[in-house]
Ligand binder design. Structure first.
Ligand code: IMP
Length: 177
């Protein structure tokens, strides 16, 4: 993709809002008396996290974790490093991981493994989008927003080369598939 691609809308902001409300209701049902730790994976989950937690009317805590993946372009290599870890104790907590996209699954599988070693009381995954056609390792998504086709997503916090995070809709750009 040499020139700047033009994003096309996949899910409009109204549809995203309805989906986030549906996820918030599911999460509320399961976590309202458990003071969970919501753990966002930077950077792509920050807009989703911000919208989701404002619909959760019960005690909770929020933290972010950052990983780097040594891949080429959009390809995950599976060689993943935690760049910013968690400062809150995980042991004995109900942890809900908030992710933007589960693509090959390599990143989240690594992270769930990393977190499981810290002995949380429970560990679940809430993902805004899932690209099952790209999966390389099995991943259980407990709360899922959208199943998406094999397209490169941008907007609503998700970037292409650090661009387009500020678009209010979930879009896709052509050119890399
Ligand atoms: P995985 O390890 O292949 O599952 O990749 C997960 C991460 O890759 C996501 O959290 C995103 O940061 C990034 N990623 C995967 N697909 C896309 C995409 O379509 N647009 C932007 N980033 C993506």
């Amino acid at each position: 993709m040499s020139s700047q691609p033009k994003p096309q809308i996949l899910f409009r902001r109204e549809e995203i809002a309805a989906t986030v409300a549906r996820l918030a209701a599911e999460v509320t049902k399961d976590y309202k008396d458990r003071r969970p730790l919501l753990l966002g994976i930077l950077t792509g989950s920050f807009v989703f996290m911000a919208d989701l937690i404002r619909l959760l009317d019960f005690p909770l805590e929020v933290e972010f974790l950052q990983v780097s993946s040594y891949g080429r372009g959009r390809e995950s290599s599976g060689r993943i490093k935690v760049v910013k870890g968690v400062s809150s104790p995980i042991k004995g907590r109900d942890v809900l991981v908030i992710e933007d996209i589960v693509d090959t699954g390599l990143t989240i599988a690594f992270l769930l493994d990393y977190l499981r070693k810290k002995k949380p009381a429970s560990l679940k995954l809430c993902a805004l989008t899932d690209k099952p056609s790209r999966r390389q390792v099995p991943v259980t998504i407990d709360y899922l927003g959208f199943t998406v086709p094999n397209k490169f997503l941008v907007g609503y916090g998700i970037d292409w080369d650090e661009k387009f995070r500020n678009l209010p809709d979930i879009c896709f750009v052509e050119g890399e598939d």
